[in-house]
Design a protein around this ligand. Sequence first.
Ligand code: HEM
Length: 148
Amino acid sequence: MFARQIGSGTLVNVNCAWKPWSRLGLTKMAEVQRYSRAEVATKNGKNGAPVWIIYKDSVYDCTKYVDEHPGGPELVTDEAGTDTTKVFQEAGHTSDAYTILAKYKIGELPEEEKHYDANGKKKKKVVAAKPEGEKRSCLNIVTCGLLG
Ligand code: HEM
């Protein structure tokens, strides 16, 4: 930053930090704000709390939209603080609703709390394999049955 004189004595601060992306005609990518599921849960619309929802790993602040909701405010406030992905999709919203929703995006879940991969596909749940000793084959069951 340095001060530069313009016209008859107006001092204006000019930001002269070196910005390689702007020299290349690029816009700096904004950092994504992260909110945990636990934090979103506190924005449940109760006692004056804001109305935040999660849809496909993104976090939306719908506080200002609640009263405009065509289905009535309760449908949104009842879901405040939760992951509404399934509910939102099952409500049969048109593309208009998705366009409006996008305007209220304020951030995303931390990577480790996300349910969708970078391509928007649902991540597979990792189920722990049973220890070898606990496996019971059909043969074991039949043998046990025969031996009483
Ligand atoms: C999360 C809980 C929500 C539920 C359960 C829900 C449910 C519904 C239902 C049942 C309707 C149909 C109303 C009718 O035809 O009378 C509707 C319409 C609509 N909702 Fe929601 N909604 C939710 C959240 C939202 C949010 C967060 C937005 C946008 C920010 C939104 C935008 C709209 C719009 C624009 C319509 C008009 C019809 C359409 O274009 O799909 N809704 N919603």
